[in-house]
Design a protein around this ligand. Sequence first.
Ligand code: HEM
Length: 480
Amino acid sequence: MRSAKTSEVIPVRSNMQWDFALFFAVIFLCVLWKRRKLYALSFQLPGAVAFPLVGNGISFMCRSEELLNAILKLTFPYPSPARLWLGPQLMVFVSDPDQLQVLMQSSKLATKSFLYSFLEPFMGKGVFTSQGNKHKFQKKLLQPLFGPKVLEGYSRLFQKHATRFYHIFAQRVTTFWLYPNWVYKLTSYYKEQQEMAKTAANLTEEVPTYFIKSFTTNLLSSGYICVKQARIPAILQKLDGKNNKVTDPRIPSMLEAMVEMAVNNPGCLNETDIKDHMLTFVSTASTVRSQDTQSSVIAFTLMMLGKHPHVQNKVVEELVEVSGGKKSVDFNDLRRLNYMEMCLKEAMRLFPLAPFMPRDVLEDVQFGKWTLPAGCSVLFGVYHVHRNPELWERPEEFYPEHFTPEAASKRHPFAFLPFSAGPRRCIAQQYSYTNMKILLSTILLNYVVECEGSFKDMRIIMDVSIRSRDGYMIKIKNRT
Ligand code: HEM
């Protein structure tokens, strides 16, 4: 009897197992069917061996210092476009300038990868991370904040801070008893330096909170009018400091300009948008939170000039001529600093802050003989195009002559992409050149920069952006 009962149960259990197996097989086949276009494209593209589920993910299981090399190993040997599997995510790696031109300019590929959403806690949902129509509308709205008129006003501010920076720095460098940290910390210079660092940190930490607080606690009638009438002076006072009126009264600060926009165009910006944009601008512009765009470029450029004294001499010759013997330059001088600009560009070519830029494909995109199916991502290989020997005469050297007007006019327009291109290009390209030229001029007019070792010994790593693994070790001497 017992064995008869058992023999009745066993077939049922085994049937259930078959049912489960069948169920999962059907689901698996459905998933494969849904993803068939991804696999079809993957089979057409060259690329490193990828394993089921993890794809090429094993190569990324490395220390953060090795990430850049891991990506280079997976991509350099293959012609563009190549494939890369980040787990189940297919990424199409593009590094050919013609292909980059088509894809970077396409409005269908303006959606930044989901990876950018990890930046939201630091940058808010500003122009950098926003998507779709919101991004398009707000970028157009904010672009004038970086226009030439505003820049001229800001340049006086940049100049003032560059000079102050130089002054504090010079005092320390030229006064031997200020070398030990404990002595330096007793001086007013240290106090001022701390104040500057605090102001920069407060911009990201406090301004948005302050703005929101001031907005909500004063929400009497129409919020925007209230912000304009009651809070702008307070905001500016807090930002600039009572006795340190750094903003030219005729040039509104970015925060003030955005509030004005909100007032003049009701409904276009709310207080959360303004908070997000402030966070974005401050975190992309400054050294706060390691998004140190301009300072990284200046640091790399100074290292390169230190390693190539003959190039540095040429920059200084031009500077002396343009500045006419002054120890600083003004806005109108900047456009004549062509050789300096070539050096900045060459540093950004070798060390592009965004070496790879991922985008999500939301709908099928026809691209040459390929179809990029919805669901895959595209990875723009800026690092590769910047070092492509077919595009650059001396790809692995610091050679500013790559950017003479003649050489630049002959080169592919998508061979140099430090600020990206197309609908997601950097909003602050001219702003950055202005700021960087002013700071570099102030340093180079006053100091000789030296940097040991050759360019080839430099170890580059990548986290949020590219940086030097061993820091930015330069020596300076007073320029007599
Ligand atoms: C030398 C300095 C700079 C470099 C090399 C640089 C480079 C870039 C690059 C490559 C992108 C595209 C990033 C991507 O798509 O993943 C970008 C976007 C952006 N940058 Fe810059 N940037 C610099 C300075 C600045 C500064 C100073 C600001 C703000 C004050 C700024 C604001 C932005 C914004 C808002 C975007 C997003 C644009 C969009 O998605 O439409 N950048 N930048």
